[in-house]
Design a binder for this molecule. Structure first.
Ligand code: URA
Length: 435
């Protein structure tokens, strides 16, 4: 087989065969196909698309390029959750202890953040002592003992996707539906869960800006998961403004703790409770969404979810006392308010821009090797449809470098749009799809 022929075939709009896709992925993973040929293939796919069959075959080839996690020794239906990414998305932190406390085993591999979106692993690592570098053996042992473990994605999980995603990132070929779906699903399938709940974000802070695109992506991922024998659920959720009020690693953990105590922002709580309920349904713990939601509410109210979070922190070497004393987190040395320059309703928030403010403060990675500052970020005080008086604080900025704080503040003002008329707020859960 020659890569040249496969590129030509796809460029001309023909369908690739299963053995051609399998050969291409295995040769690329081994370094036998150069990046320039794979870039040409990605661009051909970008314009010509992939059929359903090709998408499934590409996903399976990438999933099979490395290790498959075997979770079969953990009793019960294992349910994983994946978010397509957004700003202030600390959902996994609050969600996993809730479902684990309700008897759903969570064996989760998560990623780090890059660019304007954060990653669960970085957030967890802002807890003093917390380690996400578990051996596979310790990871499995912990899930069996306490029902939950989260580790950083290993390099052996879908290595073909890791290489391809990095290539797509620099060749303007990320935003192709079938490529995104196969990239996400290859990792999820290799991570071994029986059921997967997807949180597909839509809005100006998401990959998929339009709801119909988010829905199409959700459908594509459900199709792949179903084809691989997984029980699939996709929740389409709003990312037209940051999730909750906190953006930045330690600040987001604190907000998740608040939520596990039954407080926390309304939009975040709504999303966490609904996703947890869908995970309970997928795990066969109940038959109705209403009952599942009640179980989640009770679990939080009883303190069991918070207790599970403390147990989870301890098991991974962290200090569980952070749930009672948030001064134990690394603290930012500069705290500044951003005052509103005008009066009116918040009409629109440039969500990606707010993520960039956190990045500017040092809370995210500009490149793969950037070092993260866990203490910096923002706490918003106003969200879409809220009223702000002139001089009222829109947000508090936490930083450790005056120049960066100034830069973030200037950028923040560009992200908030205030108008005289009140805007309709979008609902958090926009749609739910099942396999
Ligand atoms: N996230 C992924 O893991 N892959 C993509 O292609 C896009 C988002």
């Amino acid at each position: 087989m020659r890569m040249y022929d496969l590129i030509l075939k796809k460029r001309n709009g023909q369908v690739l065969a299963e053995d051609e896709i399998g050969w291409m992925i295995s040769q690329y993973t081994k370094g036998e196909i150069p990046d320039y040929q794979m870039s040409a293939m990605m661009m051909a796919i970008y314009f010509q698309g992939l059929t359903k069959k090709e998408t499934i075959q590409l996903t399976m080839a990438m999933a099979n390029s490395g290790d498959f996690l075997d979770l079969s020794s953990i009793p019960g239906i294992k349910v994983d959750k994946h978010s397509t990414g957004g700003v202030g998305d600390k959902t996994s932190l609050a969600l996993t202890p809730i479902v684990a406390a309700l008897g759903v085993p969570v064996a989760k591999m998560s990623g780090r953040g890059l660019g304007h979106t954060g990653g669960t692993i970085d957030k967890l690592e802002s807890i003093p002592g917390f380690s996400t570098n578990l051996s596979e053996e310790d990871f499995m042992k912990q899930v069996k003992e306490i029902g939950v473990a989260i580790m950083a994605q290993t390099k052996d999980l879908a290595p073909a996707d890791k290489k391809l995603y990095a290539l797509r990132d620099v060749t303007a070929t990320v935003d192709q539906m079938s490529l995104i779906a196969s990239s996400i699903m290859s990792k999820k399938l290799a991570a071994g869960a029986d059921a997967i709940v997807l949180d597909v974000k839509t809005g100006n802070g998401a990959f998929m800006k339009k709801e119909e695109d988010a829905k199409a992506l959700a459908k594509e991922m459900i199709m792949i998961g179903k084809g691989a024998g997984r029980n699939m659920t996709a929740v389409i959720s709003n990312m037209d403004e940051p999730l909750g009020y906190a953006i930045g690693n330690a600040l987001e953990v604190k907000e998740a703790i608040d939520t596990l105590k039954g407080h926390g922002p309304q939009d975040f709580k709504e999303l966490v409770y609904h996703l947890a309920a869908y995970m309970l349904l997928a795990a066969g713990k109940t038959d109705t969404q209403e009952d599942a939601l009640q179980k989640v509410q009770k679990c939080v109210k009883s303190g069991k979810a918070l207790e599970k979070f403390r147990e989870f922190i301890s098991a991974q070497g962290g200090n569980p006392e952070v749930t009672e004393d948030t001064n134990l987190f690394q603290q930012a040395s500069i705290v500044e308010e951003v005052f509103s320059k005008e009066e009116g309703y918040i009409a629109k928030i440039d969500t990606e821009g707010i993520g960039i403010c956190s990045l500017m403060l040092g809370g995210g990675r500009e490149t793969k090797d950037s070092i993260i500052d866990p203490s910096v970020g923002l706490i918003l005080h106003k969200k879409v449809a809220d009223f702000a008086k002139k001089g009222e604080s829109l947000a508090t900025i936490y930083g450790n470098d005056l120049k960066k704080v100034k830069q973030a503040k200037e950028h923040f003002y560009l992200c908030y749009h205030i108008e005289k008329e009140k805007t309709e707020k979008k609902s958090m859960i926009q749609n739910v799809l099942f396999s």
